[in-house]
Design a protein around this ligand. Structure first.
Ligand code: AP5
Length: 224
């Protein structure tokens, strides 16, 4: 089972990918999370990626694609993956085609999470994350039990440095310029499934599961 989750910043891709991973038994592969791990560890890849991420720009395709291929080589990804935030350019989409061809897999669906810009800003400004275990909260929509503390580990929550109103404008512009053509590519292939992301997270999950139910035990395309 291979799924792609597309959508603007803060649309809820990571939230839904987490759930889908548990239900479908394949890992969530988030290029944003992988990049942040490299940045935190100050690897050469992380040092290169950091300035793009802080500016709300996409990291170069070769860097991201190489990192993704390495991740897919890990044992837990043998049976599939839920791609959260990849591909984001046409070049990445073609690279994914090549990777899946080699692995003998097909995309079951591309879930496209729709959210209007004002809601995007509210989602990212209110997001808080745990740097230790990766838990994601929202001050209004998914608040931690204790203010600014992770429910799981009790550690302090942080506000991502690209989760500001100023940077999100650039992230949205980058999305329009480079990722909307990817939506069109998958639309042409009959794989794109629109999801209304402007509703409570549980309702989004319900819609996603209703969409995927026919193929949850079958790796063929949802729209086939
Ligand atoms: P990345 O980390 O992928 O960021 P993004 O795509 O901008 O997505 P977000 O993580 O902001 O949001 P999300 O849709 O996962 O929402 P979430 O579930 O957290 O990328 C960051 C940067 O890395 C990029 O700018 C780029 O520089 C680089 N990068 C990454 N991938 C790359 C690639 N392939 N190529 C090149 N560069 C790449 O939810 C958001 C908030 O809303 C949370 O607080 C959550 O609790 C809350 N929430 C979720 N759902 C709901 C709901 N339904 N109702 C109310 N609140 C909700």
């Amino acid at each position: 089972m291979y799924l792609v989750l597309l959508g603007p910043p803060g649309a809820g891709k990571g939230t839904q990918a987490q759930h889908l991973s548990a239900v479908l038994g394949v890992p969530k592969v988030s290029t944003g999370d992988l990049l942040r791990r490299h940045v935190d560890a100050q690897t050469p890849l992380g040092v290169k990626a950091a300035r793009y991420m802080a500016a709300g720009e996409l990291v170069p395709d070769d860097v991201v694609t190489g990192m993704l291929i390495t991740r897919l080589g890990e044992a837990d990804a043998v049976a599939g993956a839920i791609f959260d935030g990849f591909p984001r350019t046409i070049a990445q989409a073609h690279a994914l085609d090549d990777v899946l061809r080699i692995r003998g897999g097909d995309l079951a669906a591309v879930l496209h999470f729709n959210l209007v810009d004002p809601a995007v800003v509210g989602r990212v400004e209110g997001r808080r994350v745990c740097p230790v275990d990766g838990s994601v909260y929202h001050l209004q929509f998914a608040p931690p039990r204790s203010p600014h503390r992770c429910d799981l580990c009790g550690g302090p929550l942080i506000h991502r440095n690209d989760d500001t109103a100023a940077v999100v404008v650039d992230r949205l512009a980058e999305y329009r310029r480079k990722t909307e053509p990817v939506e069109a590519l998958y639309q042409d292939r009959g794989l794109l499934c629109d999801i209304d992301a402007d509703q409570p997270a549980g309702h989004v999950t319900r819609d996603v599961m209703a969409l995927l139910m026919p193929c949850s035990g079958d790796p063929r395309r949802v729209n086939a």
